[in-house]
Design a protein around this ligand. Structure first.
Ligand code: KIV
Length: 266
């Protein structure tokens, strides 16, 4: 069973680890078989399962329902679950909503933001709930960013992101997730902190990699993001199966062949 201690050891040893989003029982079982290290019940389910055009409509009850479905069907992975949009703005709401997701089977709660999350991160850590803080392109803030755009470009933005990461780690964050940031910045952040850093569109030098499951199976609605690779039709997936795609992803991340140059931002 993968734990936070396992991921810390992976970081220390330089062993790259995997994460995939998952929302239901059958895929959770297949990810168990492929020995995917960590699973994220992402609020991306608003887009890939519910058909919304953003993650904003997702509720805490939606997250708890999908977390329970995944958690009862996977024995091996560390399970992360997203607190959805505006469900953690008020501290007492955040605590109650985190409890729901932990009781549904999550091991770690993921929240989006920066240093403004420090009080929440410390409170949850003291209450036995580890957090993963998601920075860079945080999809719940799409309306602030004016679209899904690369973040952390330029010295000022890069320094702010690095300072925010250091602040939340100091406050007790157990994991960091960086989305769509320049690869050099992600490398700098990964080297600057003792906790494992997971990347998506953040280059090859983070400790772990995450992809949305539908994306890596080639099920993309609209433009294919630069950081996505289709493991289902990859010729190395000789079985042409979903199980083969998960296994190939696990192998490619471990051996360092994914992500490659073409998947990164500068
Ligand atoms: O909700 C989600 O799937 C995520 C990933 C994109 C990291 O946050």
């Amino acid at each position: 069973m993968t734990t936070l201690t396992t991921l810390k050891k992976f970081k220390k040893d330089g062993t790259k680890f995997t994460c995939l989003t998952c929302y239901d029982a059958m895929f959770a079982r297949m990810m168990d078989k492929a020995q995917i290290d960590t699973i994220l019940i992402g609020d991306s389910l608003g887009m890939v399962v519910q058909g919304h055009d953003s993650t904003l409509p997702v509720s805490v009850d939606d997250m708890a329902y999908h977390t329970a479905n995944v958690a009862r069907s996977n024995e091996q992975a560390l399970i992360l679950a997203d607190l959805p949009f505006m469900s953690y703005t008020i501290l007492s709401d955040a605590i109650a909503n985190s409890r729901k997701l932990m009781q549904a089977g999550a091991h770690v709660i993921k929240i989006e933001g920066g240093r403004e999350l420090c009080e929440l991160v410390t409170t949850l850590a003291q209450a036995g709930t580890p957090t993963c803080v998601h920075l860079g392109l945080t999809p719940q803030s799409v309306n602030v960013f004016g679209g899904y755009k690369v973040q952390g470009r330029g010295d000022e933005a890069a320094n702010k992101l690095l300072d925010d990461v250091k602040a939340v780690v100091e406050a007790g964050a157990a994991l960091i997730l960086l989305e769509c940031v320049p690869a050099d910045l992600a490398k700098m952040v990964t080297q600057a902190v003792s906790v494992p850093v997971i990347g998506i569109g953040a280059g090859a030098d983070t400790d772990g990699q995450v992809l949305v499951m539908h994306d890596m199976l080639g099920m993309v609605h609209g433009r294919v993001p630069r950081f996505v690779h289709d493991f289902l039709t990859d010729e190395r997936n000789t079985e042409h199966s979903i199980a083969g795609a998960f296994a190939l992803y696990q192998q490619s991340v471990r051996e360092g062949s994914f992500p490659s140059e073409q998947h990164k931002f500068s």
